[in-house]
Design a protein around this ligand. Structure first.
Ligand code: HSE
Length: 422
């Protein structure tokens, strides 16, 4: 596409024969021409909205038409049906399966994705493969058997292991071993478990690359909010120098309740009832969950090599209520803030309660909501706020990971004119 006739033509950028255009879109007089600026005849002129010659809105790629505000949908002719092996079939995984069913038509029509669950492993209900109960001495052994029986799907890149066991904050196990086994068996892996990213991001990423498979974990931090996708997909050549955020919903909900004079126990119980607190809620209260998320974010976004144990950590303590009330009275807010920054060749990370001025974006994050502020070199600060969250959002992250796999592994499609397209 970048030949002398098109590509990045010296005078224009997007010459008329460029192949990125249906009819015009980027003509020689276009706004992207450094010699042209915003020419009144230009298809990109914001005051005109349409191209003066063709009468059409400029289209960079006809297949990238936006059908609604929430997604770029690409009508698919080829379908990929993924076989799913779900390890840890708890609340998140069950919601993921029901969401797949609710979104079945959209996934198929717009993304060419279908999925069927072929195996599940749960601590309480045991192991199932192909709808039948099977025996295994451990989840790892069951997974090995399931992978061996699914070799054909693995070879075709259609096998996906969904890792949703609970967080182990000491070592990130056994989730990390499950993921290693899955990649070695030829499966892609999607996970909402922050442990593997917090403890073994680098080695798992290398294992995935060696296997030619995807290892995706969008649900590990901030539920369905696309924080990893945001940086990976939309910020090429931008360096993230640091971040700060409110990343644990349970403690933020408790802090907000305390400011309003409500008891700690009732607020925690509410988070447990909504399925947001960890199975062992001390992981939230003592800051471990936030530390694991901080390590995961730092490893991926800052290229750090840390675990939650290297994150300086202080959770909620006996003094927290008094501090939260005092901060509120002074027009400030107490928040459990996760931070990490590059300092020379090191990354320094912490989790702890901080009193923030009311004008700070993080100060306005109420209840179980989350927010993350990225410090970048080229775009200064970028903030992303989650006003919601919970099971559906985390399950959505797994769905979005599945679509990412389909996009990454789909054979290149050709447009009607025979050109390779997005
Ligand atoms: N226990 C976590 C929280 C759940 O409260 O934020 C989401 O990771």
């Amino acid at each position: 596409m970048r030949n002398a006739e098109c590509g990045f033509f010296a005078e224009c950028g997007f010459f008329a024969d460029c192949g990125l255009i249906a009819d015009c879109g980027f003509i020689a007089d276009c706004g992207l021409n450094p010699n042209c600026g915003l020419n009144p005849n230009c298809g990109l002129n914001p005051n005109r909205g349409v191209n003066a010659e063709s009468g059409r809105e400029p289209i960079r790629n006809p297949q990238s038409a936006i059908h609604n505000q929430s997604a770029i949908r690409i009508p698919q002719s080829a379908m990929t049906t993924f076989d799913l092996v779900i390890v840890g079939y708890g609340n998140v995984a069950r919601r993921f399966v029901s969401l797949l069913s609710e979104q079945r038509r959209t996934l198929a029509h717009d993304h060419g994705v279908a999925a069927r669950v072929i195996a599940t492993a749960t601590r309480r209900h045991g192991y199932r493969y192909g709808g039948r109960k099977v025996e295994a001495s451990s989840t790892l052994q069951f997974l090995g058997d399931a992978l061996a029986k699914s070799r054909a799907a693995a070879r075709k890149g259609r096998l996906v292991v969904v890792e949703t066991t609970t967080l182990d904050v000491l070592r990130g196990q056994p989730a990390t071993s499950h993921i290693r086994a899955a990649l070695a068996g030829g499966a892609h892996v999607i996970t909402a478990n922050k442990g593997p990213v917090a403890f073994a991001y680098r080695s798992l990423t290398r294992a995935a690359a060696r296997a030619g498979r995807q290892f995706l974990f969008e649900g590990a931090v901030m539920d369905g909010i696309p924080i990893f996708n945001l940086v990976r997909e939309t910020l090429p050549a931008v360096t993230v120098a640091g971040f700060r955020g409110v990343v644990n919903s349970t403690t933020n909900f408790i802090l907000t309740a305390m400011e309003q004079g409500q008891p700690f126990a009732a607020a925690l119980a509410e988070m447990q009832a909504r399925g947001i607190a960890e199975a062992d809620p001390s992981l939230d209260v003592d800051g471990w969950d936030a530390a694991a998320k901080t390590a995961a974010l730092a490893n991926v976004l800052l290229d750090a090599r840390i675990t939650p144990h290297e994150v300086k950590r202080q959770g909620l303590t006996a003094e927290t209520r008094q501090l939260a009330v005092a901060a509120m009275a002074a027009g400030r807010r107490l928040k459990l803030v996760a931070r990490a920054r590059r300092e020379g060749r090191k990354v320094v990370a912490s989790v702890g309660c901080e009193e923030l001025p009311a004008a700070d974006l993080l100060a306005g994050v109420e209840g179980h909501h989350n927010a993350l502020v990225l410090e970048t070199d080229l775009l200064e600060e970028i903030a992303i706020v989650q006003r919601g969250g919970g099971l559906t959002a985390t399950a959505y992250a797994l769905v979005s990971d599945l679509v990412t796999i389909a996009r990454a592994t789909a054979p290149p499609r050709r447009s009607a004119r025979g050109r390779r397209s997005l």
